[in-house]
Ligand binder design. Structure first.
Ligand code: TXE
Length: 498
């Protein structure tokens, strides 16, 4: 039992909140104040084992495995209703936990039920198919649950990212063990109360909180886990994929990005400027989709960048709970220091710092983790600030003249998550979209996301899809069944059958 006076969260296993095996708790810090505001269990391998066992037992329990697909769909819709009723609480919780603006979390969690409703709709729609083999065989395919899904999520949109994984997994009849980021655990634990009230059977979704080293690694290595669905940093994703390979466990990896946002000379420059701001300064740049490399055609370079700077000059930085705030703090102190390090690296590399570039600590902001929106110009493709994911409000701006040149530069990256293209020319829009190495391309928009549309990266941005039918099918295993319909004597046993 924790002895603090702060609110305390335990882990959620087999339908109950229980203490971790070892009596250890972590402080969770509100990034706007720099102060601890709750404690959360710092669990370990024994807790992971208990959670995976609960999920395995639930997988074959009559309460879960006995549900018809339609009943599973109805259950997910009840969760959606419960989430709708608690949307404001969840938005407040997440704003206090990771510093995301309340206007952003309200929009995010007002829409949360849509994720659950969408996957609820798939619960009774994924069947098999019959394969037209020749001869006397009936050959058919079954989509089966994979089993126990480990859902490992980061801090930048925890309830949303966990929901995508949990709802898709449940729709297909799997059970889940969730590992939240140690920076933001409360929202996912609160969500468990809503699942419980909706009637999700015990053990179907379990949550084990704690660090990546204690909980994440134990979960990845656990023999009872059948699929690992991970969102987070690329180096963590690499470590997880290596470990999973030892057991031949499939992994879905939603990793980082260094995404290009390209503005051509025929673009609507006001919309493009807004798209740039949305790409890199919304959520303080703490999004895998951040448009952190902006390529501006020479003919519109000054016009677009002036518009961005003019808008950013009046930007309201401050308390993320205030309705008028446009940029809140970054999520935690070490992350702020990492962003500030990158700003120093950019200057040392010889890029021109033409906007921002500092911690903001005046007045009320003194104890929070605030970084000014930052723009670097005269940046080259070789610089670290152009190649590495910063995950903060730091933009690299690069000039270009030709399509060929900008496509080459945009694709010259280890990452391939998303890309933006701004042009009024429909031929060019599609031509460029087809050439870019990115799992999602946005034309004349940015940061447009929906559970209806598959999302997932190429190259070091990961593999596998979330969302859409493709995301649903990732949560199944495909089995081929051959049935010989003939009564005739068995054919030559030394010859392959067809
Ligand atoms: O990610 P981590 P963090 C990127 C971004 C950011 C960086 C670090 O560049 O700066 O990742 O963020 C758990 N085995 N993105 O620290 O460390 C960990 O506890 C198993 C991109 O949050 O990858 C947490 O629950 N699990 C991203 C989760 O993995 C491990 C959004 C993510 O942690 C583990 C967030 C291990 N060995 C950050 N080590 C995006 N694509 O949206 C850690 N974890």
């Amino acid at each position: 039992m924790s002895t603090t006076t702060l609110p305390t969260y335990d882990i959620f296993i087999d339908g109950e909140f229980v203490s971790p095996a070892e009596d250890r708790y972590l402080d969770s810090i509100n990034p706007a104040t720099g102060k601890a505001w709750y404690q959360v269990a710092s669990a370990g391998a024994a807790d992971v084992d208990r959670a995976v066992r609960a999920a395995r037992a639930a997988l074959v329990s009559p309460a879960w495995a006995g549900l018809t697909p339609s009943a599973r769909g109805r259950l997910l819709r009840r969760v959606a209703d419960g989430l709708a009723a608690r949307a404001e609480d969840l938005a407040m919780l997440e704003t206090n936990d990771n510093g995301k603006l309340i206007r952003d979390t309200r929009a995010l969690y007002g829409n949360l039920p849509i994720i659950w409703e969408y996957f609820a709709g798939w619960a009774d729609k994924v069947g098999g198919e019959v394969v037209p083999t020749v001869g006397t065989n009936l050959t058919y395919l079954r989509r089966e649950p994979i089993g126990v899904v480990a859902a490992i999520v980061p801090w930048n949109a925890p309830i949303n990212l966990a929901s995508h994984k949990i709802a898709a997994a449940l729709a297909m009849g799997n059970t889940v063990v969730v590992k939240p980021s140690e920076i933001t655990s409360a929202g996912i634990l609160e969500m468990m109360k809503i699942l419980d009230e909706a009637g999700v059977p015990r053990g179907v979704v379990n949550v084990v909180t704690g660090t990546g080293a204690d909980v994440g690694q134990a979960l990845v290595a656990h023999p009872g886990v059948d699929l690992i669905a991970f969102t987070g940093g690329t180096s963590t994703g690499t470590a997880i994929a290596k470990k999973a390979a030892e057991r031949h466990v499939p992994v879905l990896l939603e990793l980082g990005g260094k995404s290009p946002n390209i503005v051509f000379d025929d673009a609507n420059t006001s919309n493009a400027a807004n798209g740039i701001i949305s790409g890199i300064f919304a959520a303080g740049g703490q999004a895998c989709t951040a448009g952190s490399r902006v390529y501006l055609h020479n003919a519109v370079y000054d016009e677009v960048l002036d518009k961005v700077k003019e808008r950013m000059s009046g930007i309201r930085l401050g308390d993320p709970l205030a309705a008028e705030t446009e940029i809140g703090p970054v999520a935690y102190e070490a992350h702020m220091n990492r962003i500030l390090d990158y700003i120093r690296i950019g200057q040392e590399e010889g890029a021109d710092l033409t906007f921002g570039g500092n911690r903001v600590s005046e007045g009320d902001l003194a104890s929070g983790f605030y970084v000014a929106p930052t723009i670097f110009e005269n940046v080259t493709s070789e610089m670290r600030i152009t190649r590495e994911e910063i995950f903060g409000p730091v933009l690299s701006v690069i000039r270009f003249d030709t399509e060929e040149e900008v496509v080459r530069q945009a694709n010259d990256s280890a990452f391939g998550l998303v890309a933006g293209v701004w042009t009024q020319n429909v031929n060019r829009a599609h031509r460029i979209a087809h050439q870019l190495d990115a799992g999602t391309v946005w034309v004349n928009t940015y940061r447009a996301l929906s559970p209806l549309a598959p999302f997932g990266g190429f190259k070091s941005s990961g593999h596998g899809k979330e969302g859409g039918e493709y995301g649903v099918l990732e949560m199944t295993r495909l089995k081929t069944v051959w049935v010989n319909l003939s009564e005739a004597p068995t054919a030559d046993p030394f010859v392959i059958q067809k």
